[in-house]
Design a protein around this ligand. Structure first.
Ligand code: NI
Length: 201
């Protein structure tokens, strides 16, 4: 081949490769959420954490052993997805009536810099059955990693002072032994969650 042909082929290959990378990347990002559950496997979801609840008390995963746990990672400034998740978790738990205290409904912040215990305490007055957990950035990062939760600060509104946090929206259902059983999302029905909880009590 002539040198100019080789250069043209190299340029064409680069363009095709770049286009493919751009096409694949957004799809891969969209898939972060379901893949967290599908690919990692049940055994790998959940694990040790040491955080602080909304009263300032240190809490670890062992404090929930013996109870069924619904756990969701989000942040108090989230406009709609997090409140929707906490709403269905709270309502599903209430459906259980006298058995409700056998289920721990847990909200772990992915924004510990803003979500202090006091901020969580205030926020959770809207979801009174929920335990709020926060901690150091590192402690939260470890807890999120244990649950295969993705989160990232986002400042795409152009303001440097305010930010939002992109995050996985999965409600994990953990058994009394701390093992992963199933998962829901903020869009799951209260009926479906309550029915699953009832089978475990
Ligand atoms: Ni959210």
């Amino acid at each position: 081949m002539r040198r100019s042909t080789i250069v043209l082929l190299a340029v064409a290959a680069f363009i095709v490769g770049a286009a493919a990378a751009l096409a694949v990347f957004p799809a891969a990002r969209e898939r972060v959420l379901p893949d967290a559950v599908r690919n990692v496997g049940a055994a790998a979801i959940g694990g040790p954490f040491t955080l602080v609840d909304q009263t300032g008390r240190t809490v670890t995963e062992k404090d929930f052993h013996g109870r069924v746990m619904l756990v969701y990672f989000g942040f108090t400034n989230c406009p709609d997805v997090c409140p929707a998740a906490l709403q269905v978790m709270d309502a599903a738990r209430e459906r259980l009536g006298a058995q409700a205290n056998r289920v721990a409904s847990v909200f772990v912040t992915v924004d510990p810099e803003r979500d202090t215990p006091a901020v969580l305490s205030d926020y959770l007055t809207s979801f009174p059955g929920t335990i709020g957990l926060t901690g150091s950035v590192e402690a939260v990062r470890q807890a999120a990693a244990a649950y295969r939760v993705y989160f990232k600060k986002s400042k795409d509104d152009g303001s440097s002072a305010s930010y939002t946090v992109d995050h996985t929206s999965i409600i994990y259902l953990m058994g009394p032994d701390g093992r992963f059983i199933s998962h829901f999302t903020h869009a799951s029905s209260v009926d479906s969650i309550a029915a699953k909880l009832a089978t475990l009590l």
